[in-house]
Design a protein around this ligand. Structure first.
Ligand code: 3PG
Length: 185
């Protein structure tokens, strides 16, 4: 899986190509387009069409309806801020990776029961950051984490250096990529 997962919020559909182009130019081949805006599904469909080689997924998917919309639009992975058994069921059936947000041992155990071994750790900065990940890895050596929320340029390498970190997520990837692409112009 991609190590860097930009959390992308598309407010207007016509921003999609500009944002994904900037990410691509910045060497990032992945985008988690969040279901926080009305045009999320359309943006995913557009992104998949324009950038077929990019790993475009859906984020902030909190129910079965959004999950189905995201998959119909072409999402290659699904991310939730928490754990939804309904979403997990659909993703399993469709053979699409699902990364639910889990920050407590009980939530991690619920994910394991659903056959999920890679979870989002959100909001990483509030729930104890790297220190918490290391503590949780002791009873759950089979689990990989995607810390997201408060990950930034300063702590990115530290997170990535921990072997149980499968990837990191963050909105700062988008800000950085857009800044760079504006500077180039
Ligand atoms: C998310 O949904 O994953 C977060 O909003 C991303 O958090 P960040 O803006 O601190 O990167």
């Amino acid at each position: 899986m991609d190590k860097l997962i930009p959390v992308v919020v598309i407010k207007e559909l016509n921003e999609t190509v500009r944002i994904l182009s900037a990410l691509k130019k910045d060497g990032i081949n992945c985008a988690e387009i969040t279901f926080r805006t009305d045009c999320a599904a359309e943006a995913i469909a557009l992104a998949c069409k324009k950038f077929p080689d990019m790993n475009v997924g859906a984020g902030t998917v909190i129910n079965a309806k959004q999950c189905k919309e995201a998959l119909a639009a072409g999402a290659k992975f699904i991310v939730s801020p928490g754990l939804s058994a309904e979403v997990a069921k659909i993703c399993k059936r469709e053979d699409v990776p699902y990364y639910p947000g889990c920050v407590t041992p009980t939530e991690i155990m619920a994910a394991l029961e659903l056959g999920i071994t890679t979870v989002k750790f959100f909001p990483a900065n509030i729930y104890g950051g790297l220190k918490a990940l290391k503590a949780l890895s002791a009873p759950f050596p089979q689990v990989k984490f995607i810390p997201t929320g408060g990950v930034n340029r300063d702590n990115l390498e530290e997170f990535l250096a921990f072997e149980k970190v499968a990837a990191v997520g963050g909105s700062f990837f988008v800000e950085d990529a857009l800044k760079k692409s504006n500077e180039v112009k």
